[in-house]
Design a binder for this molecule. Sequence first.
Ligand SMILES: Nc1ncnc2c1ncn2[C@@H]1O[C@H](COP(=O)(O)OP(=O)(O)OP(=O)(O)O)[C@@H](O)[C@H]1O
Ligand SMILES: [Mg+2]
Length: 258
Amino acid sequence: MPELNVINLSKTYTNGRKTHQVLDDINFAVNHGEFLSIVGPSGCGKTTLLNIIAGFIPTSSGQVIAGDKPVNGPGPDRAFVFQNYALFPWMTVKDNILYPMKMQKVDIQIRETRLNELLTMAHLGGKETLYPHHLSGGMKQRVAVIRALACHPRLLLMDEPLGAVDTQMRHKLQLELEAIFRKDSATVIMVTHDIDEAVFLSDRVIVLSGRGKIAADVPVSLTRPRDRKNTEYIRIVNNLNDILDDIPQPQESELNAE
Ligand SMILES: Nc1ncnc2c1ncn2[C@@H]1O[C@H](COP(=O)(O)OP(=O)(O)OP(=O)(O)O)[C@@H](O)[C@H]1O
Ligand SMILES: [Mg+2]
């Protein structure tokens, strides 16, 4: 059984008398342990799709099945990493990571064990008493990711998690994130603008077109960690860039009057 099933999902936003169909009959499934990236032009509905999967916003039609249950709202089975980290600034690293475990009423001893496991996994040992404003962007990002993983979610949803980090740090964090996900056997859906990042991290890349459809579903079956100089790696990156180049940018003129 897939970890996630998106079935005939459509989403229309209505603003006054104007409607805008952002997602149009989207179908895909994600298997356990799979890392799926979603790419597409700005405004094509990537965040909307991720928010629907998270249960933050409802579908207009169709449904999302997480495990064996239809998604009707947010749940601890689906953790979310926001682009701006969304750490609690008044809590230390330790308290930020413990927070979801407290909410889930995880046993105190298990909490402490998991906390240490996560800190080690993310190379953050010794940083637990610091506050978010003491951390670099990359460190905050790692705290946000391990906090999301704390309660072993079935699914980790990430919206441009490395959007705010420079290329060099990004490459370093990609390697670290990959190691964290492999170790935790996480199932991940990541939205990104960065095709190279998608190919580096994913088992599969879905391209959304500006018309709310899936333009391509591209498998990446290269051994990990990926070698950016590998011919097949370069071919997949170029292929995805070609697919994206052929997609027209969503235009305001595509807003339809009712
Ligand atoms: N609450 C809302 N009400 C009306 N329109 C919305 C709402 N949220 C998003 N939209 C519109 O839906 C479209 C898709 O938005 P979305 O944020 O999902 O795009 P995106 O692919 O994540 O873009 P980006 O790459 O720039 O983050 C946009 O045209 C946006 O203006
Ligand atoms: Mg977005």
